[in-house]
Design a protein around this ligand. Structure first.
Ligand code: SAM
Ligand code: SF4
Length: 335
């Protein structure tokens, strides 16, 4: 295959400048919408990318135009060699960021700063301690809450990810928006998405339209400001007048943003996923270990990217369990 041309452009003309790397399949929380009840089959350690391999693969993507790398997991900060991974990746000319549940992030403030990581996305699905415990199956609310405040104080740009679920936390939408009153954070409400083992059902999802109904009944038209979304942004952004922070909705189910998608994903065991929802993967790690070039595989995988949600282009298709159960569980994709 000819790899001279832009190997990160797909057959729909989309350029991919953003690589998300999952560093680990394990996590210190057990969010019910992410981690299947009985856990997931973990890859043997020898099948996981070493930090050198992560660097090699990331560098290949950067050489071909990737300008943003986000580290994720499972929980990326529980990987023992996270400091050296950050150090290595910080030598590449990219914007380096991280998505974390923030349970232990207070131990990494200096390491993150030293390596130029300024943008941090934190998951927090409830402002209520008991509800947090219920959804994460762990009693870590206070640490996460305090660490969000610490990150803001330390000058990081913080986005708080809230997966909304019917009869669980939709009654906290307005509380979360009030959380942005004095804090310069972005609260992002995420539509609950289907992945293997997470018992997804459309009736459990709170849609973009429903979020806005809550907002419109609690605030007047003049208080709600629609903000300009950044290019390739997955979210629709809003703010309440005079609040320091803002809020947004990620509507992958009811309003997919696939047209402007610029993301590729690398799993902890070295598989390239061309879409969050794609059931097929391309094995970069084996080829790298054989000492061969991974560029032709990357090019083929990017070319094969389907136009919308890995082929699940309608809500009806999303509701077919046999389609999304071919995909991984979210815990091993990383968001
Ligand atoms: N452990 C880190 C964290 O929780 O931020 C990083 C990995 S986590 C898989 C990345 C993001 O995926 C989190 O914000 C989480 O809320 C989101 N996520 C997980 N499962 C999801 C689902 N079924 N639907 C929507 N978002 C999901
Ligand atoms: Fe862990 Fe993040 Fe998944 Fe929760 S959402 S189980 S914190 S990986």
């Amino acid at each position: 295959m000819n790899t001279d041309k832009n190997i990160l452009q797909d057959s729909h003309g989309r350029d991919h400048a953003y690589l998300r790397i999952s560093l680990i399949e394990r996590c210190n929380l057990r969010c019910t919408y992410c981690m299947p009840e009985n856990g997931v089959k973990l890859s043997p350690k020898s099948h996981l990318m070493t930090y050198e391999e992560i660097y090699e693969i990331a560098k290949t993507f950067v050489d071909h135009g990737v300008t943003k790398i986000r580290l994720t997991g499972g929980e990326p900060l529980i990987r023992k060699d996270i400091p050296v991974i950050l150090e290595k990746l910080a030598t590449l000319p990219v914007e380096l960021s991280i998505t974390s549940n923030a349970v232990i992030i207070d131990r990494f403030i200096d390491i993150l700063k030293t390596n130029g990581v300024n943008k941090i996305n934190v998951s927090l699905d409830s402002l209520d301690k008991e509800k947090f415990k219920h959804i994460t199956r762990r009693n870590e609310f206070q640490k996460v809450y305090n660490n969000i405040l610490l990150l803001v104080k330390e000058g990081f740009k913080v986005k708080v990810n809230v997966v909304l679920m019917k009869d669980f936390n939709e009654d906290e939408i307005i509380d979360f928006i009030h959380f942005t009153k004095d804090l310069p954070i972005v609260v992002r409400f995420i539509e609950f998405m289907p992945f293997d083992g997470n018992k997804w059902n459309i009736s459990k999802m709170v849609s973009y339209a429903e979020v806005m109904q809550f907002v419109n009944t609690s605030f007047s038209e003049t208080q709600i400001e629609r903000l300009q979304d950044a290019p390739n942004d997955t979210s629709k952004n809003y703010k309440i007048k005079d609040y320091k922070g803002s809020f947004a909705i990620i509507s992958s189910v009811t309003n997919p943003f696939c047209d402007s998608c610029n993301r590729l994903r690398l799993t902890a065991n070295g598989q390239l996923k061309n879409c969050l929802f794609s059931a097929t993967e391309s094995d970069l790690l084996t080829t790298l270990r054989e000492g061969k070039s991974i560029e032709p595989i990357i090019q083929k995988a990017v070319q094969a990217k389907l136009k919308i949600r890995g082929g699940m282009n309608t809500i009806e298709k999303l509701q077919e369990p046999k389609l999304h159960s071919k995909n991984r569980s979210m815990i091993t994709i990383g968001g």
